[in-house]
Ligand binder design. Structure first.
Ligand code: KDG
Length: 317
């Protein structure tokens, strides 16, 4: 039995060793990452059986992606090698704001992922299917693969967990509601940023509580709002739980924190923890990602996460 299956694109990531416009950067560190790939690694470190479905290039970066996943104990039996190249992206740091990303992923191996690559029997073997809004934006075949995976999960009674992960380099803001609302309607559990929910529901005005209710009205039974430095909120029809952030001394790079939060939250939720503890674990794993330049390298092991959680709870008492 797999605890969580996810699918999407992983890429080689080039991280500048100094801030400033990329045209002036001379040196980069190479990493590999991708929202769903990060989630699979985070979940596996936290003791879940995680599977990742994708296509990678028959090239050095594709080899590295698969090696990293295998080293992390992620199930890669449903990863295919393709003759197209593995996608690449670059981070760019500025002293003044959030890091930026530049993608070189059009026509990549993962953009060829299609419905035939989704095995309904495999999806049915999981407790949860983790879906992001990135994958359906990569190509028409990726959109169909997403549809098939979600349908297979519903038919088998597998919980569909959606993280919209809206990437404005892949979609125009005006198109967000049309693409993301159906995904939201078709999910059991939603893990999203407040800005993402506002963009999908086209609601800039209502208080957060009303926004959460609007999501529940669409179908999901649990919505979790990730609020970064302000912590997170979990909301069901019966309860609303708000939890403060896990303290971070210095943010080196926030990319990967959202996927880490998802991994932490799910690691608690799939173990049937109460919502407050799931939020705490999510916040902790998300915070751990922010101390390093790579997306997932900072995620803790299960033992470390439990020890950190206990220390944090003692400090809050
Ligand atoms: O969540 C981290 C991802 O944004 C990053 O790894 C790149 O997957 C990526 C994407 O599509 O933006």
């Amino acid at each position: 039995m797999v605890d969580v299956i996810t699918f999407g694109e992983a890429m080689a990531v080039f991280v500048p060793t100094a801030p400033g416009p990329l045209r002036h950067v001379r040196q980069f560190e190479k990493h590999v990452a991708g929202a769903e790939f990060n989630l699979a690694i985070g979940a596996s470190r936290l003791g879940l059986e995680a599977g990742w479905i994708s296509r990678v290039g028959r090239d050095e970066f594709g080899e590295e992606i698969v090696r990293v996943l295998r080293g992390e104990g992620v199930d890669t039996r449903h990863v295919l090698f393709s003759n197209r190249p593995t996608g690449v992206y670059f981070k760019e740091y500025s002293a003044l704001g959030e890091p930026r990303v530049s993608y070189y992923r059009a026509g990549s191996a993962a953009s060829e992922l299609g419905p035939d690559d989704i095995d309904p029997g495999y999806i049915a073997s999981a407790q949860a299917l983790h879906v992001t809004g990135i994958t359906p934006l990569l190509s028409e075949s990726c959109r169909q693969a997403t549809r098939k995976a979600m349908d297979a999960a519903h038919q088998a009674g597998v919980t569909v967990v959606l993280d919209p992960n809206i990437r404005y380099k892949l979609i125009a803001p005006d198109n967000v509601p049309a693409v993301f609302r159906p995904l939201l309607e078709d999910s059991d559990l939603v893990l999203a940023g407040e800005g993402e929910l506002r963009a999908i529901l086209q609601d800039e005005i209502s208080p957060l509580e009303r926004l959460e209710e609007a999501v529940l009205d669409l179908g999901p039974r649990l919505v979790v709002v990730k609020r970064g430095a302000e912590g997170a909120v979990a909301r069901t029809a019966e309860e609303r739980v708000e939890e403060g952030p896990y303290p971070v001394e210095r943010v080196v790079d926030p990319i990967g924190a959202g996927d880490g939060f998802d991994a932490g939250f799910l690691a608690g939720w799939l173990r049937k923890w109460e919502l407050r503890q799931c939020l705490r674990l999510g916040n902790l794993v998300g915070a751990s990602a922010t101390g390093v330049h790579g997306d997932h390298e900072g995620y803790p092991s299960w033992e470390d996460a439990l020890a950190m959680l206990e220390r944090h709870q003692d400090a809050c008492r």
